[in-house]
Write a protein that binds this ligand. Sequence first.
Ligand code: ADP
Ligand code: MG
Length: 528
Amino acid sequence: MSGSQGAQRRRGGAQPLFIMSEDAERTSGEDAQSANIEAGKAVAESVRTTLGPRGMDKMLVSDSGDVVITNDGATILEEMDIDHPAAEMLVEVAESQAEDVGDGTTTAVTLAGELLSEFERLLEDDIHPTTVVQGYKAAERAALEAVDEAVVEGEIDDETLTEIVTTSMTGKGTGGVTPETLAGDIVTAVRRVETDAGVDRNAISITTQPGSSAGDTELIEGIVAEESPVREDLAATHEDVQVGVLDADLDQRDLEADAEWQVSSRDQLDQALAAEEQHLQEYAEAVLETDTDVLFVTGDVNDQVAGTLAREGVVVFDSVDSDTAASVAKATGAGQIGDVEDLEDDDLGFAESVRLETFDDDLVFVEGGGDTETVTLFVRGGTGHVTDELERAVRDGVDAATQAADTGEVVPGAGATELAVAAALREEAASVEGREQLAVEAFADALDVIPRTLAQNAGQDPIDALVDLRAANEEGRAGLVQTGEDTDIVDPVAEGVVDPASVKREAISSATEAATMLARIDDVISAE
Ligand code: ADP
Ligand code: MG
């Protein structure tokens, strides 16, 4: 069967029965399967070269000429503007990996691509797709158990967290500083927002600002936001301040919606203006009746109101981004109030300092908030491109450390976990009945793509490296570890190359899900 045949069927000699429009395209059976598999593999191939410490970067240029330089799987696929339905499913693997655990997107997509390649091979050997799907599901269960087995014993102390962070950042462009330099701040940030309930990942913000070296990246005990005050003539630093947050406008009333003034004489006009002025004065007074020192307003603030408040030493920010308003409220303990008349001292939060600084952008630093711990990694870099990629690296570091601290489980990196899981699967396969056994073995072979690719990206012969790695793994834990310029087969844990166990689990699950879902499709019907 081949090609699109329209969607008509004949019943006996009767009239053809049209069930779809004539424009619809239909691909069925093996054609549909192989087209989908090829598309999925192509996506995986496009990110594979970025895997690991020696992975290369990609430069992506958009229609409008914007350039992104990155090593991050999820970012590459997001920028690639893929619109093949099967290929999109692999993009979703990266997205869900990024959303659920943050790191491991390239691993997940590469593995999904290899599961598809193996699938194709099994189909060529006339194994039924349903058998493969069942075998893959069985293999997935066994693989997740094998990840449990690979978990490194011991507490997750700061040293382990630092190793997790550096492993996740290795190979990313970090603007000339070593991952170790940044790891200290990242680990401190994660520890700062850790409670008995786990790490409050949302309490860690990452703000970037180019124009300085990456080494100037620092941890701010609070919030950094791109906002500027209504009046620029105020002091830059305000200490021990009461902070108010208003979700309202402090501006002229909207005449159309509210009162309309029928003005027929000069007197009436004066009256109307006086009433409006009075009204603005009341806004200012409502604020001045409280102890507010700094006010964040999401709406507009009239100049007259800002002027009155400034004379009394109150700093006002207007048109504040609603996310920023929410985080200022959270950090300082302020209530978000919808009407200025309702503002009371009880609603105010506290900050040790509110500081204005001008870089390329005007930034406000709200530090030492009175309520929940909130921290910001203030990421610096020379240029926009460097800063953007550094931000992605820092985000991976924060996510990985969060996963490790939350679950308390890390596994060896550098391909060692994948090798151990593959070995466990080959053993498991022996106990699997019938042709499913071949699918379990194929799953094990697919996992080899990770160590093989690490070798390839390090400029080694992938086949030789895999043979050596397998042999080494029979003796004990071994991966292809990069230290400085050297690539050696050693125990990754001893070298501090470790990944969160949850990142590996998620990669295995999301790759299996996408591969089995794609493989079950034997009919593609697309409306024109
Ligand atoms: P992903 O998007 O999957 O996280 P990365 O490019 O970040 O892709 O590569 C992650 C892989 O690189 C993991 O398997 C990790 O263990 C491995 N890795 C990180 N640092 C090293 C190192 N120094 N030596 C060998 N492998 C490493
Ligand atoms: Mg990574």
